[in-house]
Write a protein that binds this ligand. Structure first.
Ligand SMILES: Nc1ncnc2c1ncn2[C@@H]1O[C@H](COP(=O)(O)OP(=O)(O)OP(=O)(O)O)[C@@H](O)[C@H]1O
Ligand SMILES: [Mg+2]
Length: 322
């Protein structure tokens, strides 16, 4: 592998980003998070208020990726069978021995899709959600592997007036990439507000956006293969360990106030770091890539610590490097 292949991959994912930019103004963090999750085959959770284009962004990524796509809109009465399929009982002739009762499952969307959008996931009833998230985590149903690369879940912030319930931390931990966002108006992004107004002033209203299919399964497979060959220098490893130890010792993060799992922070972090390097056209992770940790701490640490992540990362790099 050489840096040429990393640059090719970076360009392919830049194309995916341009496709998002065509339809959705701003939300740079959401867009980056979506791309990192797709590259590293990790699940993504986006939380934001109504009407900030969460569903739209997820749909654009799915369509532009050109993967087998399934969108499910959760509601209060969602049944697991709607997601994974129904059990079918059939009678079959068994030669001369009479009849045989055969049980099989007609596979539903989650078991057959390569990318799935779990829209408004916080509306899902508990039983369906627990089983679904286990399937997503294990990427298999019963003993059959599923073709899913990435699930993108969307949700409104869980305050009383939205009629939903917060996902419990263990379930949230299934989503490696976590993004908290808000609307352009609320964020005081007046240039971007202007852009959206221009966009809709100059074009016809249409309920359907038709993104171009930019990528393919082949592109994702190649990116994933190259991802595994990205190297992680010692300095980056030392910085990561330093940060994690500050979480525990300086900020006193423990199970009562946070969810710092070994799975997420020792394993998934490395994958996302590598994705960040690739996205920058590199075959080696650099210390600055540790800023991807902000995508992982969103709902795993207290909000004020999450907000100070960029400063923490910069400080740690300085400390460890000197
Ligand atoms: N930043 C933006 N750029 C362009 N269009 C936008 C933007 N924000 C909102 N819109 C418009 O508003 C619509 C609302 O988007 P969407 O339905 O995806 O929101 P949502 O976040 O999923 O909301 P809900 O939580 O209610 O499901 C989009 O289809 C788009 O037309
Ligand atoms: Mg929506």
């Amino acid at each position: 592998m050489n840096s040429e292949s990393a640059k090719t991959i970076a360009n392919q994912f830049v194309d995916l980003r341009k496709e998002m930019d065509k339809f959705v103004v701003g939300h740079e963090t959401v867009k980056t998070g979506l791309i990192l999750g797709m590259m590293s085959r990790e699940h993504i959770y986006i939380e934001g208020p109504p009407g900030m284009a969460k569903t739209m962004l997820a749909e654009i990524v799915a369509a532009a990726s050109n993967l087998k796509f399934y969108l499910y809109q959760f509601h209060r009465d969602t049944r697991l069978a709607e997601l994974v399929g129904d059990v079918v009982i059939q009678r079959e002739r068994d030669g001369d021995n009479g009849e045989l009762i055969v049980q099989s499952i007609r596979k539903g969307g989650v078991l057959t899709a390569e990318i799935c959008v779990l829209d408004d996931i916080s509306r899902a009833p508990g039983e369906a959600l627990n089983v679904l998230l286990r399937i997503l985590n294990e990427r298999q149903f019963q003993t059959d592997p599923i073709p899913l690369l990435t699930a993108i879940a969307t949700s409104n912030p869980t305050v009383d007036d939205y009629y939903n319930e917060p996902l419990d931390p263990a379930n949230l931990d299934r989503f490696t990439i976590q993004i908290r966002s808000s609307g352009l108006i609320q964020e005081n992004q007046w240039d971007q507000v202007q852009e959206v107004i221009n966009l809709y002033s100059d074009s016809e209203f249409s309920d359907e956006v038709k993104p171009q299919a930019m990528l393919s399964r082949k592109v994702f497979d190649n990116a994933y293969e190259v991802l595994h060959k990205v190297t992680v220098p010692d300095l980056v490893k030392r910085c990561l360990i330093d940060l994690l130890s500050r979480f525990v010792n300086q900020f006193k993060l423990d199970p009562s106030n946070s969810l710092i799992t070994d799975r997420s922070f020792l394993v998934k972090t490395i994958k996302v770091l590598k994705a960040q390097a690739l996205l920058s056209g590199r075959i080696e992770v650099v210390p600055d890539d540790l800023n991807i940790l902000s995508f992982m701490t969103t709902f795993r640490v207290p909000e004020e610590i999450n907000r100070s992540m960029p400063a923490l990362v910069a400080e740690t790099i300085q400390r460890v490097a000197s």
